[in-house]
Unconditional design. Structure first.
Length: 316
């Protein structure tokens, strides 16, 4: 336990109904597993978020920013410190500038990615359709460099705003961001601004005008394909493993290892898409981790390939 009585009292006094203690993370992750967070705070304003980040810095308390928890596996023992969710305070989307033939759209980190897709669609702007069907928030998508075979977030992002531990906000242009497969970090010269990882406040997206019907047709096709190939209606965190740099994708390797339908406790390798681990009912994080290790061992044994989780595993 890292939060003592004084810290809990400060949080209670400052955040009132916006803080919950010993909050089960199974309520805040799409896998629907995970033990309690010592404190779970949903700041109602940017000012409150600023205050919280400054306080955690001064008090040297660990925190974890989350979006919708659609890429998170929280261990059964829970999370020491404070989980901060941005969906309550940072959810606006607006056009902030025109440049050349396109426009710059600012989406706050707690806004849902599907809302950004819908915003772009309503304004006949192309660039966001790759994200059709990816659940979660804009902040989570930026941090994960979310993407599909149709594109990645880095293709349309031209900058972000971050919140430093001092409480100052700073805009960071794309040139100072390091994007890789399902990962964002700040380049070296920026790293001093945020020890650990950056708290993302918003993203700026450069989008181009397009034809309304063509955009809608493309979006419909992408969603249709996704529903046909993925168990989208069941609790999961999307693709569990990163695809190896070359050769067969992770799902195919797991399938070839004979693990489609393999079950440990309530955790199941989807018979529809072998890179999806599903909570088929009553799974614990331990079940999911055991199934993850089973898949890794089988693929290593058969193909000599070490599968790396794409899902972020957090907890003590
Ligand atoms: C059915 C399904 C399908 C999916 N399909 C895809 C897909 O096609 N492509 C893809 O890339 N992903 C996919 N995912 C995974 C997931 O939806 C994405 O990674 C998504 O972008 C995560 O957003 P989130 O808000 O849920 O982030 P979370 O899971 O809450 O967090 C993910 C990471 O980002 C960090 N984070 C979140 N917000 C912030 C912030 N504001 N500042 C700093 N750090 C932050 C968290 O600490 C964590 O490390 C899928 C998931 C599901 C359940």
């Amino acid at each position: 336990m890292v939060l003592d009585r004084t810290a809990r009292k400060w949080l209670q006094n400052r955040f009132g109904e916006d803080v919950r203690f010993d909050e089960p993370m199974s309520r805040h992750t799409s896998l629907k597993v995970g033990g309690p967070a010592e404190a779970f705070v949903a700041p109602a304003t940017l000012e409150n978020l600023r205050l919280l980040i400054q306080w955690t810095g001064e008090a040297k308390l660990p925190f974890l920013i989350i979006g919708d928890g659609t890429n998170l596996l929280v261990k059964d023992t829970g999370i020491a410190g404070i989980v901060i969710v941005l969906t309550k305070c940072l959810n606006q989307i607006s056009t902030i500038a025109s440049r050349g033939s396109g426009v710059v759209v600012r989406a706050m980190a707690g806004a849902r990615l599907h809302k950004l897709c819908a915003f772009a669609m309503a304004a006949n702007l192309k660039g966001m359709n790759f994200a059709q069907g990816i659940p979660g928030t804009v902040g989570g998508a930026i941090m994960m460099n979310a993407g599909t075979s149709h594109g990645w977030i880095e293709d349309v992002l031209e900058g972000i705003t971050i919140l430093a531990p001092t409480g100052e906000t700073q805009t960071v242009s794309k040139e100072r961001l390091d994007f890789s497969y399902r990962k964002l970090s700040l380049k070296n010269e920026m790293a001093h601004l945020t020890p650990g990882y950056p708290v993302i406040i918003d993203g700026h997206f450069y989008l181009q005008p397009s034809d309304e019907r063509q955009l809608q047709h493309e979006a419909d096709e992408i969603l249709k394909k996704r529903r046909a190939s993925q168990p989208t209606h069941l609790p999961s965190a999307g693709c569990f493993f990163k695809n190896p740099a070359s050769g067969k994708p992770a799902g195919e390797l797991i399938d070839l290892a004979g693990l489609k339908g393999k079950k440990i406790g309530g955790a199941l390798i989807s018979p529809k898409h072998a890179n999806f681990i599903i909570n088929s009912g009553g799974a614990s994080a331990g079940d999911i981790l055991a199934l993850m290790e089973t898949a890794q061992a089988a693929v290593l044994n058969m193909f000599n390939i070490a599968l790396e989780p794409e899902v972020k595993i957090v907890g003590r």
